[in-house]
Design a protein around this ligand. Structure first.
Ligand code: CMC
Length: 427
């Protein structure tokens, strides 16, 4: 049975019936209700898109109350254990898990498009060594767009597919050069048969880990972390990718914008911010004092809270477990005790309970990265390499959707009415 809602204008008693489709009303139907004397239609006001769906998507499903996350219908808990990152990237971008032959073709195409132009490597090396890796990554992606003029043909699906191969292939290589530049070391040459994560780790020299026990452990951990970070529906950076892509900008430029959004501490930059916060808190006996500052709104508890999850973020649960398996090889990171004390104390406090604030994906990931010897300013780059699969899936989905339009929201204007210009000498 079709469902609709009826909206009544209390001023003149006019009514408008709006269809409810998939739990949503088409926002444009609000315009039928004329609310000003000049006949302007009703608009919705929604800062931060808290209750606005800009897309119909088939990629990722989140049930925030149940703490459930599915990629194309597959639970994240299963993918994290049974799958590998490239297979998940295929799933996100193509809708189904690949056959053996399709997985091999996917791997080969990505590998074949992975060569980074020397100009990009020179660009990375032109930055000061202590420049933030995320700033360099934004620049490198913008520069990559200048190398592939065909990428502007965003409505051509063959062209699009090539850019997906290039971006998935080159992003870890670019990221590896950024890391090596910061460390003042040469990136190791990739090896054809070392796999996607293996090659990235080879290039960055396994972040200094080298024993026969450590190398497989870091590969397994990175594979799991990449899968957990691969997509998260209409998050801030994906919305940036979709917004920029909606103007038919090339995907390199769109992804530079997505990386810029990810960089912010309220989004992907939270993984670095959590580590900085733990360093500031220093010891378990300072936890209560710090949380009191949070309650007094003098600080944020980084790695806590989420727009969609009002229960434990399932990625945080998995990452917390992963931390202990990494520590078996690397030795425990003492920050884990501090993080656990922070989590337990916060979850027992009325402030966090009333607002349904729980650890999110960024709360424990930095502790693993630190145990693996990775510098804090590089954590968000790792998030970005992984999220590229999701950004590209959303970019393609949007371009294939005939209902999509250039992103161009409305505003509520409260500035001055038209007025006369006064020349400088008369002010
Ligand atoms: N510490 C203290 N108070 C918080 C926190 C926090 N981390 N998160 C939310 N709150 C409070 C907030 O002040 C508000 O209180 P009140 O209603 O009394 O004003 C209430 O909880 C609701 O929060 P909100 O800011 O309206 O929620 P939002 O959906 O707009 O923001 C968020 C979501 C993730 C930006 C926010 O929870 C936050 O700033 N968290 C810390 C940064 C962080 O960990 N970000 C990573 C997010 S998950 C992964 C990712 O996207 O990369």
């Amino acid at each position: 049975m079709s469902q609709s809602v009826i909206l009544t204008d209390s001023h003149n008693r006019t009514q408008v019936e709006m269809p409810v489709i998939d739990g949503a009303i088409p926002a444009k139907s609000l315009q039928k209700l004329r609310v000003t004397q000049d006949g302007a239609g009703l608009v919705s006001y929604d800062p931060g898109y808290q209750n606005t769906a800009p897309a119909i998507s088939s990629i990722t499903m989140i049930d925030g109350m149940a703490g459930k996350l599915l990629y194309r219908g597959y639970p994240i808990e299963v993918l994290a254990v049974e799958s590998n990152y490239l297979e998940v990237a295929f799933l996100l971008n193509n809708g189904e898990l690949p056959s053996t032959a399709a997985a091999a073709r996917w791997r080969e195409e990505i590998q074949a498009h992975a060569t980074v132009d020397p100009f990009i490597v020179d660009l990375i090396r032109s930055f000061p060594r202590d420049a933030h890796p995320m700033g360099i990554l934004i620049s490198a992606l913008g520069a990559m767009g200048t190398l592939y003029p065909e990428a502007k043909e965003v409505l051509d699906s063959d062209v699009r597919r090539r850019q997906v191969y290039r971006l998935l292939g080159q992003l870890p290589v670019v990221a590896a050069h950024i890391y090596c530049h910061g460390q003042g070391i040469e990136a190791e040459e990739p090896k054809a048969d070392d796999g996607y994560i293996g090659n990235f780790l080879r290039m960055v020299r396994n972040f200094g880990l080298e024993t026969a026990e450590e190398v497989p452990a870091i590969r397994a951990a990175m594979n799991c972390l990449f899968i957990l970070h691969a997509d998260h529906e209409q998050n801030c950076s994906t919305t940036a990718m979709r917004s920029i892509g909606s103007s038919h900008a090339d995907p390199y430029s769109s992804m530079a914008g997505a990386v810029a959004a990810l960089y912010g501490p309220l989004h992907g930059g939270a993984n670095e911010a959590v580590l900085r916060m733990l360093e500031e808190i220093e010891s378990v006996d300072q936890v209560e004092g710090f949380l009191q500052r949070v309650i007094n709104r003098e600080a944020l508890l980084m790695g806590f809270g989420h727009r969609v999850y009002k229960n434990m973020d399932p990625r945080a649960t998995l990452i917390k477990t992963l931390a202990y398996s990494v520590f078996e090889v690397t030795g425990a990171n003492p920050k884990i005790d501090l993080a656990l004390a922070l989590e337990q104390t916060a979850l027992g406090m009325e402030y966090f309970q009333a607002r349904r604030l729980y650890p999110n994906v960024d709360f424990y990931s930095g502790i693993i990265y630190q145990a693996l010897g990775i510098p804090a300013d590089y954590y968000t780059v790792l998030f970005g390499i992984a999220r590229a699969a999701g950004w590209l899936a959303h970019w393609q989905e949007q371009l294939e959707d005939p209902a999509q339009k250039i992103a161009r929201p409305k505003q509520i204007y409260r500035g001055p009415d038209e007025r006369a210009f006064v020349p400088l000498e008369q002010r």
